[in-house]
Design a protein around this ligand. Structure first.
Ligand code: NAD
Length: 285
């Protein structure tokens, strides 16, 4: 069963892609949208993003059956507090935040009795942000992780069906496990990309032009990833501190072991390591 009215709070890459994917799927829901900045709301109106752009979050969520919080993780709690008194009884609130424990702690206490909160995380993105960055195919064949968090089963299943209609596959995950998995597959790799680009920039003997000109796919991907939205990624590391530090600790241990192997000319260690990681990759595909 689909939703009649959907509210998008925050109108960036993730929300605008949800809207275009809803339209592509032929969903007839009326979609309201709100973003904090008047410029963003004007852009949304100009490009036809949402059926109605509202000038307050409170107005956008009024009568909505599904409210999607698509703001940076650090803003989720404030937004939830503002909209809480205006939520329709029986509606579902969800979010798309890249971190789940911190969002549940920030949003959960504001959710009124009779409203379901079903946290979700679409594992899809690009280095672009803002209302013009979205496109209908973003979620095709990507995972959307759902953290039921005590919500009613019907509400959870309805949200899963919504994400599948947008093109995603869904899987349920326990909150702490979600944050650890995302630290490994997304958060720390982003941090490594940021640092690699920082290192290249710091190395005055190699110019920025050379970095771009001679970079093959690997480094080019680092520069692309390192162009991702700074607010979003600051919030991810501030709120997924524990898991990010655990993975970073393990990463630096491995890096030091390889550094030592290079320094001591230990080709066997390097060869075995690279063989092992190649087997892992082949096993995944
Ligand atoms: P974005 O920067 O493109 O958009 C964020 C939007 O939120 C903007 O419209 C901004 O105006 C609005 N906003 C910020 N603070 C607000 C507030 N207090 N009230 C109302 N609106 C506010 O970001 P995005 O990439 O769409 O990310 C949104 C969420 O999705 C984040 O929580 C992020 O962690 C999550 N996410 C992002 C990606 C990705 O790769 N970009 C992937 C999965 C999940």
């Amino acid at each position: 069963m689909s939703y009649n009215r959907v509210a998008l709070i925050g109108l960036g890459l993730i929300a605008s892609s949800i809207f275009w994917a809803m339209k592509r799927a032929g969903m007839e829901a009326h979609v309201t949208g709100y973003a904090r900045s008047a410029d963003t709301r004007d852009t949304a109106r100009r490009i036809g993003l949402c059926d109605t752009i509202c000038d307050s979050a409170e107005e956008a969520v009024k009568d909505a059956d599904l409210v999607i919080l698509a703001v940076p993780v650090g803003a989720m709690g404030r937004v939830a507090e503002a909209i809480a008194p205006h939520l329709k009884p029986g509606c579902t609130v969800t979010d798309v935040g890249s971190v789940k424990k911190a969002v549940i702690e920030a949003v959960g206490p504001h959710i009124p009795e009779g409203v379901d909160f079903v946290p979700a995380h679409p594992m899809a993105g690009t280095e672009h942000s803002g209302p013009e960055a979205g496109f209908a195919q973003l979620y095709d064949n990507r995972w959307c992780l759902i953290v039921p968090n005590g919500a009613r089963e019907e509400a959870t299943e309805r949200l899963e069906a919504f994400w599948r209609a947008l093109g995603a596959n869904t899987e349920r995950m326990e909150v702490e496990h979600h944050d650890l998995v995302c630290a490994v597959v997304s958060h720390v790799p982003h941090l490594i990309a940021y640092t690699m680009v920082g290192v290249a920039d710091d190395l005055r003997r190699v110019s920025d032009q050379e970095v771009i000109k001679f970079s093959a796919a690997g480094f080019r991907d680092f520069t692309r990833i390192a162009a991702s939205d700074p607010t979003m990624w600051r919030d991810v590391f501030l709120t997924n501190k524990e898991a990010a530090l655990e993975i970073l600790g393990r990463f630096t241990e491995e890096l030091f072991a390889l550094q030592r192997a290079i320094r001591t000319g230990d080709g066997d260690t390097l060869f075995d390591y690279f063989t092992h990681t190649r087997e892992i990759r082949r096993g995944i595909l």
